[in-house]
Design a protein around this ligand. Sequence first.
Ligand SMILES: NC(=O)c1ccc[n+]([C@@H]2O[C@H](COP(=O)([O-])OP(=O)(O)OC[C@H]3O[C@@H](n4cnc5c(N)ncnc54)[C@H](O)[C@@H]3O)[C@@H](O)[C@H]2O)c1
Ligand SMILES: O=C(O)[C@H](O)COP(=O)(O)O
Length: 525
Amino acid sequence: MHVLALDGIDERGLAILREAGLEVTAAGKMNEEELKDAIRDSEALIVRSATKVTAAAINAAKKLKIIGRAGVGTDNIDVTAATERGIVVVNAPEGNTVAAAEHTIAMMLALARNIPQANATLKQGIWEKKKYVGVELRGKTLGVIGLGKIGREVARRARGMEMKVMAYDPYVDPEQATRLEVELASLETVLQAADFVTVHLPLTNETRHLLGREELKLLKPGARVLNVARGGIIDEAALYEALKAGQVAGAALDVFEEEPLKASPLLELDNVIVTPHLGASTEEAQVAVAVEVARDVVRCLKGEPVLNAVNIPVVRGHVAEVLRPYLQLAEKLGSFLAQLMESPIIAAEICCNGELAQYDLAPLTSSFLKGLLRPLLADAVNYVNAPLVAKKRGIRIREKKSREMEYFANLISVKVEGRRESHRLAGTVNQAGEPRLVNLDGYSVDASPAGHMLVVPHLDRPRIIGPVGLAIGDHKVNIAAMQVGRQEIGGEAVMLISVDSEVPREALQAIRQVDGVLDVRYIYL
Ligand SMILES: NC(=O)c1ccc[n+]([C@@H]2O[C@H](COP(=O)([O-])OP(=O)(O)OC[C@H]3O[C@@H](n4cnc5c(N)ncnc54)[C@H](O)[C@@H]3O)[C@@H](O)[C@H]2O)c1
Ligand SMILES: O=C(O)[C@H](O)COP(=O)(O)O
């Protein structure tokens, strides 16, 4: 299998790929046409922020299974296009956190003390003391917009320099902020109070130009602004105006709306200091992100769960251990029902009962939907794109959970509605860790969801089970186990039969002809 590693991925990450037996081509930044060509037969692609992984490039790839981002931001990757194609996108969320936080602090000190400007003038032979009088950080207020991994590390370091730290992040746990001695407040309050403002957010539709003309007007005159996150979070045109007007005293920018930055009015201002997207560029961070992403690529290509997916629900550690057999069960339940259905599916429901109800259902739902769609779509569906594919096919998806349970510690019940019929199935994982089917369309059963199976709805009366058995045996198929479920004597019942080999069409016809048999479905799990 082949991995295309672009944008200068550290050698230590590439070594992990080669040790796993993968063929690696390493290169620098590629444009769309070059990428389309180079990616055609690769199973994996790894990039930093330079190469734009567009939908056209993704669609040109014939075998691509995973796109790895050796860093945090995935805004240079068309994640939606990857998801539609069932391609996992992973990042390295932690490897460069400290590097980016330290760069922010370095930029803040450089901004406060005019270090780049003083350095440049002195190198031109000018001894300029008066012009470059700076300000202290001690006692100043730092406004952190986005108190995630980097924002928290910046806050911790700023507190060490005796700054007061305020933050705006509507998604953060207030207790975490309190532990960091950070005061959470609205965006407006933080902007009005801050002497320095630093953004540490992903670039999304919601955060693009989060600091625009109106927001910059809220700043105290003389405040300073930093962006070591993503170009576009601060509106560059509005920032230029605010700097020119003296509303903002200085800006430190590591990232830009257009990269690489070639020309910008901002570069003409002496109170703007810039670095060429160096936040993650430390030796330590580059090794860490390359290793982190390479390990996930190897996991993915070996068919193992990845740790840092951004487009599939991720389960880790203890939860992964608990959920693993249930993920398999959910997929089997989906596959079983797909093979039972005769008309197009219009709705699918998964309900998790008992201890399972404490977990996020997303991974179980993905597994169930993958099982449900795979008999129809084969390799075109996987865990990544199953929910999206289901929605695109107009299937209504419902997730339910309940802690209450009568007979089992855990139970997954699924229901599928078609245009003409609907079916229900429930399964559990027993104490030995084995999946069991326990209910089919309201009939209690106890069967292993594996291998070749027959579902035979019939009338509950004598001389049916024997002839069905004979019809199977006459076609040299051995019966491994048989369950009969019924709700009332003489009513309708169902046989769930496990057999040792594929059941030929003639055997199915013979079963159908047994007097009292209502239907027969062959299921292979
Ligand atoms: N300059 C660089 O080289 C460099 C290096 C590393 C990371 N980054 C960038 O830094 C950013 C942050 O990285 P991180 O690892 O801290 O990410 P993170 O996911 O840990 O933190 C992001 C934080 O932003 C918050 N957030 C999201 N939307 C928000 C909104 N609309 N308003 C307020 N808060 C919001 C989230 O709640 C979260 O706490 C990313 O964009 C990443 O690409 C840049
Ligand atoms: O999102 C990130 O991790 C940073 O922006 C780093 O980008 P880089 O890998 O291009 O340095």
